[in-house]
Design a binder for this molecule. Sequence first.
Ligand code: NCD
Length: 321
Amino acid sequence: MPYKEEVVIMQHILSAEQFSPDQLAGLFAQADGFRETDQAIASRRDVLQTHTGRIMLSMFYEPSTRTRFSFEIAATKLGIGVVGTENAAEFSSAAKGETIEDTVKVFNEYGVDALSMRTKEEGHADRAAAVSKIAVINGGDGKGEHPTQAVLDLYTIKEQLGRLDGLNVVMGGDLAHGRTVRSLAKMLAKYPGNKISFVSTPELQISEDIKLHLAEHDTDFAETTDMYEALRGADVVYWTRLQLERHRTDKDISVGQEHFVIDATALEVLPSTAIILHPLPRNKEISASTDSDPRAKYFRQAGNGLYVRMALLDQVMKNRT
Ligand code: NCD
């Protein structure tokens, strides 16, 4: 590995931008270790002592399966106690109009260590961190960012293809409203020679701020509606669902997206060495028949999320007295 495996003190996890390639290499090595120790109950019991007495709060204001469960399981496996709610929009005082700042100022008083959170609004994780004495982990803020997903996406690419540079990455779907593609694009821009092809309808293309970020980091990109042409040269296919919950005029916008489906025809043009990733949940944009193709890695990717989040939590906890 060309990168030095570095452990960096992280106060909060808020954006893909905060990670360096050396730090990511350190996290990946740690995630490998956690996968290894997870294989036998005796070593799992050892890991369980790692952070006994620590507490992670888990507040999800938007639906989640993978992010919430994998963070809560990761914490539990590290001996960190977990307290939280899966529907914070209704079951916390947010429903009574409390601001995120006031909620966090109360948590500051409770002698806890981390807050794993997902919010409906972009920027809420930053607002929480600005007043927080505990580590804030952004598990997705509206259509802003999803940094821990991007770390596990990169980990999976490295695991499957052995490198993170010189890659042709094809990202497709609702790029205007999806936060995973935004964070992943920022991650890929840290490594040399990557090229990103964004496949979508013009209305749902990747936003200007990401294009600017890529240009500033000398990362090539192209926008296209020609899915098959993009797939022909792909090393990594990163597909995403239509984010209907973030649309105002659902129906008309979704029409063009129906053509961007990874199915038997798409698999025919995709190189045999390529991998197919998806943050999940999926709708119809990847056919169920694709699951049995050896290039489909999205369930492995979801599983990797557990070990990557154990590594992230371990590093965040190292910063705490
Ligand atoms: C993604 C998210 O929440 O942004 N899911 C996830 O965390 N794996 C993707 C999505 O909801 O489409």
